[in-house]
Design a protein around this ligand. Sequence first.
Ligand code: ZN
Length: 192
Amino acid sequence: MNELAPHSMPKDIGWIEVIAGCMFSGKTEELIRRLRRAQIAKQKIRVFKPKIDTRYSEGSIVSHSEQSLPSTIVEDAREIIHLAKDAQVVGIDEAQFFSNDLIQVCNTLASKGKRVIVAGLDQDYRGIPFEPMPQLLAIAEYITKALAICVNCGNPADKTQRKIVSKERVVVGAADIYEARCRRCHYIPEES
Ligand code: ZN
């Protein structure tokens, strides 16, 4: 996965990094890796996730490979501006579950000189761009598209296949109801 070389990191200004991808692409793992490296450099980090995502752990962000970092659950993205005021590096996971207020929040944090690292699903189970990720990708200085491996054919996968039928855009679950699929193998359950 591409990342800034430490010697080319911007100095004295903030910026936005977005890690986008489907489920099981290692987005949270990559977010945790970047935040850990900042911690090792003695930078003050704060990590946030939306209230909707309570799987695995209440107060932590947790990757599918069970790495974790303590995080604060917020209901409204605007709370992050106040809560992160002492942080140099701000991590935000599951960005697709925040409202579009997150766009302005990320801009505000970066304008205050903070490094903002946002991870989220870039498409819903139908393959439709999942707000506010498209807008965050547009305003970010650095973008990483994380790919998974299609469970059906082994090709690079960027779609989240839902294995149950539901018209709800958000159905919280993990490997029990989702898997990674490539463009060719992905389908929308209602239409099949
Ligand atoms: Zn496939």
